[in-house]
Design a binder for this molecule. Structure first.
Ligand code: ADP
Ligand code: G6P
Length: 459
């Protein structure tokens, strides 16, 4: 492996955001798994990061943050509307997540997507030096590999999709399906979260681009494109070490005391997204309360939801639905000092998040569809005490690896209720044994291994 090659990351978002606080003139590292994984690599491999600042600032000069050259790509308000909110979040996101919401197809969104992808490709081309590795991330930038190859055939180009890649029945809806596939096969390695995502892609590329090849390799003339699954993960040690701190353990105890120490705590943490199944999960819980299968003296649910993409109508609708459901459940079932559902609409800091993970008896992660789902993995890493039971949707990429979780179909309320009962009453030794296996899996396959394996394949 040519470990000395520089690595340029190209992602919709930069790894830094405007610092909070009064002046908002400085930058701080953005939270999140992708940044934790890739920033140290870019740092040690003397690379750079090409991305968008998240706002419509007209011009932001290139700068360095903790030794990493940052190359901001700017967008106008109209481009943010059409490329980001429109094509990325109202066409691709629902289409790639089983069309849980109806994808919208608008020509002018597509045009903005092409235009902004071209800008990212040009920025990458002018940042990369001869023979660098360029690693393009996620669904916002699927045209970049092809555009970049035209500009810079000397580069090794990788692409990784963090979300699911749909089967033919859905992907074929896209009026620009051929263009998207052509963009992706510009890469030398096209990486996905699961084997079935990779297989969907290879089959579609063979069908619509008339390429030769197999599920794992495609041929374009003499050029070979490797297609594979590289399940993303988390910084296991980082989470574990926070979970082991005395302050975290004390904070977890305090959370339990406040909720009522004798009650079982059911926790969910999500971005407030309609793919996450928050509404259905609340309904399953409500059904159990209605039937008297659980009661508020013995159980409490905590739902933490970070606001996300709020100018997209389906997200605003989901927020309304979640808040109405929480209101109804609490109205029907809470009593003084015994709230049925605690709902926090905010992001928690890393330490606080780990304290919640450590406090929970049951962690419910029940998306309708999810590329991977890192929260399930973070929960396992945060339980060095081997406590807690993970209830996980079959439709999260993580379910392929975390086989010892209780796997559920979130649309099946009776099945979900049964699994929740099982989780709440699981004998301690069974739960500990399951958690030990889950932790071993996440420890062994952490985010550093993910990045190493991908870059080895690319180099
Ligand atoms: P997605 O990428 O679709 O949001 P993931 O589960 O893969 O879903 O990743 C979510 C990331 O965001 C995790 O690293 C998680 O810790 C973080 N996160 C989600 N919700 C919150 C929250 N309420 N507070 C703090 N961090 C959160
Ligand atoms: C998912 C996507 C990421 C995206 C993140 C947050 O994880 O795969 O690419 O950055 O959601 O969404 P946002 O639209 O706020 O960037």
């Amino acid at each position: 492996m040519r470990g000395d090659r520089r690595v340029i990351v190209v992602a919709n978002r930069l790894p830094v955001m405007r610092a909070r606080g009064e002046s908002r003139t400085g930058w701080e590292v953005s939270p999140g798994g992708l940044v934790t994984a890739l920033l140290p690599i870019v740092q040690s491999r003397r690379g750079a990061w090409v991305g968008w600042s998240g706002s419509a600032e007209r011009s932001i000069r290139a700068f360095s943050h903790e030794g990493v050259p940052i190359r901001p790509v700017t967008m106008t308000d109209a481009e943010i509307r059409d490329y980001y909110h429109g094509f990325s979040n109202r066409t691709l996101w629902p289409l790639y997540h089983d069309a849980i919401r109806t994808p919208e197809f608008q020509r002018h969104w597509w045009r903005a997507y092409v235009e902004v992808n071209r800008r990212f490709a040009r920025a990458a081309a002018s940042t990369a030096r001869a023979h660098d590795l360029v690693w393009v991330q996620d669904f916002h930038l699927q045209l970049v590999p092809g555009m970049l190859r035209e500009l810079r055939p000397d580069l090794r180009i990788g692409f990784f999709l963090h979300i699911p890649f749909p089967p033919e029945e859905l992907f074929a809806w896209l009026p620009w399906r051929v263009e998207v596939l052509r963009g992706l096969i510009g890469a030398d390695v096209v990486g996905f979260q699961t084997f079935s995502d990779a297989q969907n892609f290879s089959r579609l590329a063979r069908r619509f681009l008339d390429l030769d090849g197999t599920d794992t390799e495609l041929s374009i003339g003499r050029r070979k494109v490797r297609v594979g699954s590289f399940p993303i993960s988390i910084d296991f040690q980082g989470f574990e070490s926070i979970a082991e701190r005395p302050e975290t353990i004390e904070r977890a105890r305090e959370i339990r005391r406040r909720l009522g120490a004798s009650r079982k705590m059911i926790l969910s943490v999500d971005r407030l997204d309609y793919t996450k199944g928050i509404d259905l999960r609340l309904k399953s819980y409500e059904m159990m309360l209605d039937r008297g299968e659980i009661d508020v003296n013995r159980c409490v649910m905590v739902q933490v939801a970070v606001p996300s993409r709020e100018s997209v109508p389906d997200y605003a609708d989901m927020r309304t639905l979640v808040e109405q459901t929480v209101g109804r459940v609490n109205g029907e079932h809470s009593s003084p000092g015994r709230v049925a559902v605690h709902y926090f609409r905010r992001a928690l800091g890393r330490e606080e998040l780990v304290a919640y993970y450590r406090a929970a008896d049951v962690m419910m992660v029940t998306p309708l569809r999810d590329g991977m789902n890192l929260i399930a993995k973070e929960f396992c890493a945060s339980r060095p005490d081997l406590g807690g039971v993970l209830l996980l949707s079959e439709f999260a990429g993580a379910a392929r690896q975390l086989r010892r979780a209780l796997l559920v179909n979130p649309r099946d309320h009776d099945g979900t209720a049964q699994s929740l009962r099982e989780a709440l009453t699981m004998p301690r030794d069974d739960a500990r044994q399951r958690m030990a296996v889950l932790r071993m899996m996440v420890r062994r396959h952490d985010v550093h291994e993910w990045a190493r394996e991908y870059l080895e394949a690319l180099a």
